[in-house]
Design a protein around this ligand. Structure first.
Ligand code: NAP
Length: 259
């Protein structure tokens, strides 16, 4: 056996279908690229068509199989419609990555119903509904991978965690509930936990050099995260190699959480 075929047995995603929400930007975009380059056919879902088309254009130019669906994951009907349209492209996903998220952070006392509802809908309810759409099919086929992107705020409160922290805490619990339900049928469900990653989500914070340096100093590696830092962990969790890893929160944070 060559090392290439050994690695392919463990990690290749050839023949798998993947759906990546938020795949047009930041962490989701990097993960979509990693899964596609590892062999999966990838459908990305978000609202902005220009960013979706640009991401898919880059992947297809690289020889990957990729497509996009524009949808708002902020309502139940929107999520179900997105699931239907995404599954119509290459077939039902074997790999579901929930990276779409909003980061609305008013002080707790000023938190409105609207902020609460939007946060829960996009960050928690959409991943739940997509799991309900595709988890049973994965279990029936005997293989599936569900990967949620959560946050440090799922584990501890800081910088006005508010509704955001609640949604991410719920998402970690959702991964465990899904893992309990579907792991016996070959479907693993895990979360990737970022630290501070320089993406459009935290544009305001990234524009403050003192704050950026302060956050980098809180890691063990000595720098803030890049979207590309998630590529390896995502391919691992999506592949055969992670068959015995389920219900786990895997920190991809340069040591932020243990410093
Ligand atoms: N960056 C960090 O430091 C960090 C830290 C901890 C956790 N996270 C989590 O990591 C995930 C990815 O964050 P990121 O930093 O990569 O953010 P990002 O670059 O802002 O990307 C967010 C993605 O979600 C999509 N999205 C947002 N609202 C949506 C909606 N209603 N319907 C459909 N798609 C929607 C966006 O596309 P459209 O706007 O075009 O719809 C975009 O593709 C999020 O869940 C976030 O909470 C990030």
């Amino acid at each position: 056996m060559t090392s290439q075929s050994y690695l392919a047995d463990l990690f290749s995603l050839q023949g798998r279908n993947a759906l990546v929400t938020g795949g047009s930007s930041g962490i989701g975009r990097a993960i979509a690229g990693a899964l596609a380059r590892a062999g999966a056919s990838v459908v990305i879902v978000a609202r902005g068509e220009a960013e979706l088309a640009a991401t898919v254009g880059e992947l297809t130019a690289d020889g990957c199989r990729a497509a996009w669906v524009s949808a708002d994951l902020g309502s139940r009907d929107g999520v179900r419609e997105a699931a239907r349209r995404a599954a119509a492209v290459f077939g039902e996903p074997d790999i579901l990555v929930n990276s779409a998220g909003v980061n609305l952070r008013p002080p707790m006392g000023e938190l409105t119903d609207e902020v609460w509802d939007t946060t829960m809908a996009v960050n928690l309810e959409a991943p739940y509904l997509l799991g309900q759409c595709f988890g049973p099919g994965m279990a029936e086929r005997g293989f599936g991978r569900i990967i949620h992107i959560t946050s440090q705020q799922a584990h501890r409160a800081f910088v006005q965690s508010g509704a955001y922290g609640v949604s991410k805490g719920g998402l970690e619990s959702l991964a465990r509930s899904q893992a309990e339900a579907w792991s016996p049928y070959g479907v693993t469900c895990n979360t990737l936990v970022p630290g501070f990653v320089m993406t459009p989500l935290n544009r305001r914070l990234s524009a403050d050099p003192a704050r950026v340096a302060e956050l980098a100093a809180r890691t063990l590696v000595g720098r803030n995260g890049l979207a590309e830092d998630f590529a390896g962990a995502a391919v691992f969790l999506a592949s055969r190699a992670s068959a015995y890893v389920t219900g786990q929160s895997i920190f991809v944070d340069g040591g932020f959480s243990v410093h």
